[in-house]
Design a protein around this ligand. Structure first.
Ligand code: RUQ
Ligand code: CUA
Length: 765
């Protein structure tokens, strides 16, 4: 018996066939013993019970957190806080093949700045697409603060599909925020700069440096941002900061705050007081209020100016047309958050202890009555602070961001300096509760908190420092996301999650049932363009074609072989590999790694991936599948042979390591027959049950049937060679036949386990 057959028989025994399984020795410790041994309180146990998710369990919410400078997106579940995925966005990530296959390289290349490849991004604020102000779970947008860019991630496969570079900004921060029907994705400047790409001296700061808000048009049909339909509104060189879109009553407007409206330019090395000092002299900065619906009409009416081939509504037009206003806001504000009903806008100043609640109704009335307190140096009308306010409340030292609860009037504000979250009532203007967090909270996030109907329940505190919370891992600490239960009157801290990717700023959480990601791609799919790949290959159609001097290898990947297994090219050839994963099974991803070419591919079921490179140096380059996909995964291998110029093969026949006899052949056939018996019993078990009621099992049965069909083909070849008494090839093909059986049996046993665990019923015996 081969090791594999033994393993298979053990598996079938464990699954309930043949041998009875041996009972597990349970630990004798009681809950009390464990609590004592680990020093846990009853409160700890309650927190554990609220977050612990048993095997196979699902989370109620899925979080998309910015991965900060890692340029990635972090996906985790609530309440378990288990990390589910890192999505590569602005940064190459080899496991996903991102930045290593031709298809994703093309996405990253969209993000070049002045022709320079940018291989990181400072991601800050993710936003989920909305329909009528509700998260719809279809798309996600995230910004790169450092190289003003926005990326589009498809939540059908959690892949980055597009990167757009802001045509006029030199820095940004206030993105990505979406309008209530995802008409636009908002991006606002941070540090002012000239719109042109030319050098402009700082002495011209007031006149030629500018801020802006860009409204990127999202084309839902295409699933892409349409730069040609996007536009910007020119703003003064104030450091614009975060933004938010109005909703319901305030739909059509967007709000962007700012700091350093002093327009101070530092230069310590030139003997000037630093930015820090000059940017915090005034008591107030400005909240910008822009009517984006009207702005879009102005662009359509041809009132925009083309700058770098992009439509910009200049400030004088914006003022003349009444789409741009300023409202003072307390010193160096940071967060601006519109209430679910769109009636209020809460702003907090980093250097002020107050949160300010603005009334949209009051602001709108002032605008309609043309009741302005004055204009700024650029002629933009300013609304009176007092007349615009609903209320102001002392919430703590260094308030930053505010999130809304499902309970009316209840909000949570992050208090950076105090390391606290303050729960307060913004209608009545009173503090309800405070909780300490660890440490120095930046953003905070409630479930679906940016939508028109927040779900409450949980709050996550995204802390800037972790300090002493975890086992030390060197001077660079992990990030600390803390889960807080907000369902009761008092906030309860439930969980500390160390995040080893930094530095996350904002995160968004969506009800898990709104996400409908696919299990596999349509066969031969280019996941980055969302079209069938021109390089897709069907099994049996693998081939080599030389077009315009490029050697194209059209190959396939399936358990457990890469076709072709031997590629031979002459030194200096340009090679373009195209691999299609022809699996239909769930979670049967194959990878492709090869020595020396910086190529590492990931092909999920159905996907076609390509890699183009120059085979410069003659030599032997082994390649293999990097995903442990099957028992003979290590055998999923091949050789790229780069022959020296003018090389001609001599002694063409391969040397076989082993010679097989009729006896070997008979033994192999016996193994095959024993395996078939296991398969038959599993098939009988499954078909006796209502397996068709379980879609994952139906998919597994489909896959197992595929494998058995391949087994049938191998069987035919085996018998042909046996009839010709070619025991060498007959034995090898019988071995291949067995390999397909193993795969089918493996899937069958998985299907059986699934049926057992999900209460399948016997329907026919
Ligand atoms: S920002 S906290 Cu983009 Cu608040 Cu970082
Ligand atoms: Cu495919 Cu390992």
């Amino acid at each position: 018996m081969t090791r594999l057959t033994k393993h298979l028989l053990t598996l079938s025994a464990a699954a309930g066939f043949g041998l009875a399984s041996i009972g597990t020795a349970f630990s004798a410790e009681s809950l009390e013993d464990v609590m004592k041994r680990r020093g846990l309180t009853e409160k700890d146990i309650l927190a554990a019970a609220k977050t612990y998710t048993p095997t196979g369990g699902r989370d109620e919410f899925v979080v998309f957190s910015s991965g900060g400078q890692s340029g990635q997106l972090i996906v985790y579940g609530i309440p378990s806080m288990r990390i589910l995925k890192y999505v590569a966005v602005f940064t190459p990530e080899p496991w996903q093949g991102y930045g290593f296959d031709d298809e994703s390289k093309a996405v990253l290349a969209q993000g070049k700045i002045n022709g320079t490849e940018i291989n990181y991004g400072d991601t800050h604020h993710p936003a989920i697409s909305e329909t009528n102000g509700e998260y719809d779970g279809e798309w996600l947008f995230i910004n790169d603060k450092a190289n003003p860019r926005i990326a589009v991630v498809d939540l059908k496969d959690f892949e980055t599909k597009q990167i757009v570079v802001n045509p006029i900004m030199k820095s940004e921060h206030g993105g990505a925020f979406v309008t209530p029907n995802t008409e636009y994705v908002i991006e606002a400047t941070q540090y002012a700069g000239p719109f042109s790409n030319d050098f402009v001296p700082l002495s011209k700061f007031n006149d030629e440096y500018r801020g802006a808000v860009t409204y990127w048009k999202f084309d839902r049909e295409a699933g892409r941002i349409d730069p040609a339909q996007s536009f910007s509104v020119e703003l003064p060189p104030y450091s614009q900061d975060l933004s938010d879109a109005g909703k319901l009553v305030s739909d059509g407007w967007s709000f962007t705050n700012s700091f350093c409206t002093e327009r101070y330019v530092g230069g310590i090395e030139r003997g000037r007081p630093p930015f820090e000092a000059g940017c915090s002299q005034k008591d107030t900065d400005f909240l910008h209020m822009i009517n984006w619906k009207k702005a879009a009409e102005l662009v359509a009416a041809g009132k925009a100016t083309k700058i770098n081939d992009h439509d910009v509504i200049m400030m004088d037009t914006a003022v003349a047309e009444g789409i741009l206003f300023l409202i003072p806001e307390p010193k160096s504000p940071h967060g601006v958050d519109v209430s679910p009903d769109g009636k209020y806008i809460i702003v907090s100043g980093k250097l002020d202890t107050h949160a300010s609640v603005y009334s949209f109704e009051k602001m709108k009335a002032l605008i309609d009555a043309k009741d302005f307190a004055g204009t700024d140096p650029y002629g933009i009308p300013i609304l009176d602070l007092k007349k615009s306010l609903h209320t102001q409340l002392q919430v703590g030292l260094g308030p930053l961001h505010t999130q809304y609860d499902s309970k009316p009037c209840v909000v949570y504000t992050s208090i950076y300096v105090d390391s606290q979250v303050t729960k307060w009532d913004y209608c009545e203007g009173k503090v309800l509760d405070k909780i300490s967090v660890h440490y120095n909270i930046g953003h905070l996030m409630s479930m679906e908190g940016d939508s028109v109907s927040p779900k409450g329940k949980y709050l996550v505190s995204l802390n800037k420092l972790a300090i002493d919370r975890f086992n030390p891992v060197g001077p660079l600490h992990p990030q600390n996301h803390q889960l807080i239960d907000i369902s009761g009157d008092k906030m309860e801290l439930l969980y500390d999650m160390p995040l080893p990717l930094g530095e996350p700023h904002y995160a968004v959480a969506i009800s898990a049932d709104k996400l409908k990601p696919k299990v596999r791609y349509k066969s031969g799919w280019d996941s980055r363009t969302d079209q069938r790949s021109p390089h897709r290959t069907l099994p049996g159609r693998e081939r080599t074609e030389v077009v315009d001097g490029v050697t194209h290898i059209y190959g396939t990947l399936i358990r457990s072989h890469i076709t072709p297994e031997i590629i031979e090219v002459e030194e200096g050839s340009t090679v373009s590999l195209h691999f299609t994963n022809v699996e239909r099974a769930e979670d049967e991803t194959h990878g492709f790694a090869i020595r020396g070419f910086d190529i590492n591919l990931s092909a999920e079921p159905g996907k076609t991936v390509s890699a183009t490179f120059k085979a410069e140096k003659p030599g032997v380059y082994p390649y293999y599948c990097t995903e442990f996909c099957s028992a003979l995964h290590l055998e999923m291998q091949g050789y790229l042979l780069v022959t020296p110029k003018g090389y001609t093969a001599e002694g063409v026949a391969l040397q076989e390591g082993q010679t097989y006899t009729e006896e070997d052949y008979t033994k192999q056939v016996e193994t095959v027959n024993a395996t078939q018996a296991v398969i038959d019993s599993v098939v009988q078990y499954i078909t006796a049950r209502n397996f068709k009621d379980f879609p994952p099992v139906v998919a597994m049965v489909e896959d197992a049937t595929d494998q058995l069909n391949f087994a049938e083909e191998a069987k035919t070849k085996t018998e042909e060679f046996a009839a010709a008494k070619d025991w060498q090839n007959a034995t090898l093909w019988a071995q291949q036949w067995f390999q397909y059986q193993v795969k089918a049996a493996d899937i069958g046993l998985r299907a059986k386990t699934y049926l057992d665990q999900n209460g399948a019923k016997v329907v026919n015996q």
